[in-house]
Design a protein around this ligand. Structure first.
Ligand SMILES: [Zn+2]
Length: 259
């Protein structure tokens, strides 16, 4: 996962002094982790990470702050980028999968943050009793949804969806069970409670952050996925290891991926 900070080429020579030399452009560089991209003290970073894991937004730390609010926000963004990085590398799902789409944000959040730009459409996939993947999609088009399904699921899976017509061609990719609803409740025994549960989980996590800037929405969504996927683990040591493993350039690339 070594990447040249100059040209982003991914192969480099290892020099005797520990530095790397890019095999493409010749640039010499030191490996820098996302953790080291923040120049706060180790103590401050550990404390911020703990607050982050506990779900304490920066604005609630103001009387107990260990760093300025912008520095703390930046550190939080680095943590989220690393989570997004890890989630992107997750293998496509197979087996019994629930697919669904929803919207985040909207008028009730007022003029600030994500409410300002209107709603964000999100498409999600959950493996029954397992992990989740979710991404913002540009539109509710069939095309956008099929691209997600192709990227994140394997052929031959069993797909549970609602009646939305964008799923009409799923039968060519695997088995397809359509959940018909009557007055908001599934008509038979089949359901998509797993993914609906995740939507509620993600919305509850994101709510205390108040305004989520639209250009960073993908990071907040990845944070919710990562928290859900690691829900049985202590995230503090896990995230510290992750932030030391992910290269700074990789994390920063994710930071500015969507505009
Ligand atoms: Zn290079």
């Amino acid at each position: 996962m070594v990447k040249c900070p100059e040209c982003l080429y991914s192969r480099a020579y290892r020099l005797a002094d520990g530095r790397r030399k890019c095999r493409q452009c010749g640039r010499r560089f030191r490996l820098a982790s996302a953790w080291s991209a923040s120049r706060l003290s180790e103590r401050a970073k550990k404390r911020l990470l703990e607050m982050f894991v506990l779900g304490v937004p920066v604005y609630r730390q103001r009387f107990r702050a260990v760093a300025s609010a912008p520095a703390a926000e930046r550190f939080y963004r680095l943590a989220r980028s690393c989570m997004a990085f890890e989630e992107e590398l997750r293998e496509p799902f197979s087996g019994e999968l629930e697919l669904d789409e929803t919207t985040f944000g909207g008028a009730r959040h007022g003029k600030r943050g994500w409410g300002a730009a209107g709603k964000v459409i999100v498409f999600g996939i959950i493996k029954r009793n397992g992990k989740v993947k979710a991404s913002p999609v540009e539109s509710r088009s069939k095309q956008a949804v099929l691209e997600q399904i192709q990227a994140h699921t394997r052929e031959g899976s069993l797909f549970y969806t609602d009646e939305w017509q964008a799923y009409a061609t799923l039968r060519t990719r695997g088995d397809h069970v359509v959940i018909r609803k009557e007055k908001g409740r599934p008509a038979g025994r089949d359901h998509i409670n797993g993914i609906e549960g995740f939507w509620s989980y993600a919305k509850h996590w994101l709510y205390p952050y108040r305004g989520v800037p639209t250009k960073y929405f993908h990071l907040y969504l990845a944070e919710a996925c990562s928290r859900f996927n690691h829900r049985e683990e202590d995230l503090v040591p896990l995230l510290e290891r992750l932030m030391n493993r992910v290269q700074r350039t990789a994390a920063e690339k994710i930071l500015v991926q969507i505009d």
